[in-house]
Design a protein around this ligand. Structure first.
Ligand SMILES: Cc1cc2nc3c(=O)[nH]c(=O)nc-3n(C[C@H](O)[C@H](O)[C@H](O)COP(=O)(O)OP(=O)(O)OC[C@H]3O[C@@H](n4cnc5c(N)ncnc54)[C@H](O)[C@@H]3O)c2cc1C
Length: 414
């Protein structure tokens, strides 16, 4: 892999950009791999990357039915934060956030990490109590967040209306080193680094079956034929239930479409990310100037990766109370992605009843921020059979009643 650098840009400029090589190879599948990861979203690619980088396991294939990063990874609103309430969540999300800090350097690929700060607005007394509690929990966990009053909110977000018609802004939970990153670039950066290690990323190849012998996984059936493996990582977000069914077990998950939309581009007007959970909407401004607006999930299970009109109306109506200026914006486009929701709104990173088969899913509406930490932990789990980062997120918790309740941190937020 050729190193990207200022020197390389200058060299290619001089020779009319004829020397760039493809960022990743597109190989045909081999007969057998040490490990197969199903799903080339951020989590699958990060898992493969850390398997290679941290454990030297490089005979790996990442199998993707569409194009890499084309699932939720390329459809989300890119909010990165780690202000969760429960200790296991804070640990994995803060690991991820801290890896994001120098991921561009690590991958030699600009993922455009922008730690511009994230505010979660408190607009009811209940939210004040909830966020102050989270700020205290974060202090104990070593996650840097603070409770701020309405005046500070206004200073950070001049376009905000503190005295909304229904819900005034009473303060907020502020994480200064939270922010955003370019979602596609995260997938592309990991893909390029995996390919450089000799791993095969096989796109347009759907896994259609999980092959097993004596309770152990031995490979997968795909639209490009059967492929053998010693270990299998299922990392397919909204399709986790389908893959689990192929492997012969069930998951406590439901799949729903989550929607988002962007406005026409305007001049810079808001340089932090704001989440307003009571009125339900959140917003940041992209580098192109569009206001990136997150909406809600559909109220029924489905697999349609599309937007719908009533979500635009509901989300924009809610946000206009807190940001009256957006009433004058045209909305440009909307979309949806299939997210996988658990009952406690925490992910599943776990061994499964099928030996050698591991699952990474259930990130619901908020897994983009977790990609590096999830990949790090999942790789450790697959390579060694144990990871302190993933231990609390095992499937057993649903049988044993050890729920990691993050419905306040993640129920509607992202
Ligand atoms: C509108 C929206 C907004 C969001 N906003 C945020 C946010 O602001 N911050 C945040 O942290 N998170 C957010 N999320 C959630 C986040 O996008 C996801 O949690 C995360 O991207 C999941 O990544 P993944 O790699 O697990 O899944 P994906 O990126 O969906 O990758 C899974 C891949 O598996 C592939 N696949 C499925 N079945 C098969 C098969 N049988 N064979 C082969 N391949 C298969 C799919 O094609 C897909 O590419 C949002 C999600 C949406 C939809």
């Amino acid at each position: 892999m050729k190193h990207y650098s200022a020197f390389a840009v200058a060299r290619e400029a001089l020779r009319y950009h004829t020397g760039w090589e493809r960022a990743w190879r597109s190989p045909e599948p081999k007969k057998r791999y040490d490990a197969i990861i199903v799903g080339a979203g951020g989590h699958g690619l990060a898992t493969a990357y850390y398997l290679g980088k941290n454990y030297g396991i490089q005979n790996v294939a990442v199998i993707e039915k569409g194009w890499l990063g084309g699932g939720n990874t390329g459809r989300n609103t890119t909010i990165i934060r780690s202000n969760y309430l429960q200790d296991p969540s804070a640990a994995i999300y803060e690991k991820a956030r801290s890896l994001y800090e120098d991921l561009s350097q690590d991958l030699n690929y600009n993922i455009m990490f922008s730690p511009r700060g994230v505010i979660m607005l408190a607009q009811t007394q209940h939210e004040i109590r909830g966020y102050q509690r989270t700020a205290h929990a974060n202090a104990l966990q070593g996650v840097k967040t603070e409770w701020i009053g309405p005046e500070r909110v206004k200073e950070l977000v001049p376009i905000i209306n503190l005295d909304g018609p229904r819900y005034p802004v009473l303060g907020g939970l502020w994480q200064e080193r939270g922010g955003t990153a370019r979602h596609d670039a995260v997938a592309w950066g990991y893909a390029r680094a995996c390919s450089a290690m000799g791993m095969d990323i096989i796109q347009q190849c759907e896994v259609t079956g999980v092959r097993q012998e004596n309770g152990r996984v031995i490979g997968v059936d795909t639209t490009k034929g059967a492929i053998d493996c010693d270990k299998l990582g299922v990392v397919v977000a909204g399709h986790s239930g389908q893959l689990a069914e192929m492997a012969g077990f069930r998951l406590p998950l439901e799949a729903v479409a989550l929607q988002a939309l962007v406005s026409e581009p305007i001049k810079p007007c808001m340089d932090v990310v704001v989440m307003a959970n009571t009125v339900h909407g959140y917003m940041s401004q992209s580098d192109k100037g569009e206001m990136v607006i997150g909406g809600g999930t559909d109220g029924f299970n489905n697999y349609t990766q599309r937007g719908s009109f009533h979500h635009i109306e509901e989300t924009v109506r809610a946000l206009v109370e807190t940001f009256p200026m957006i009433s004058r914006l045209k909305m440009l486009r909307q979309w949806g992605g299939i997210v996988d929701m658990t009952g406690d709104r925490s992910p599943i990173l776990s061994k499964t009843p099928l030996q050698g088969c591991f699952i990474n899913g259930g990130w619901g509406t908020g897994g983009f921020k977790a990609i590096p930490g999830s990949g790090w932990g999942m790789a450790q789990l697959m390579a060694t059979g144990h990871s302190p980062l993933t231990e609390a997120f095992s499937l057993d918790r649903f049988k044993e009643g050890r729920f990691i309740d993050e419905s306040v941190a993640a129920g509607v937020a992202h």
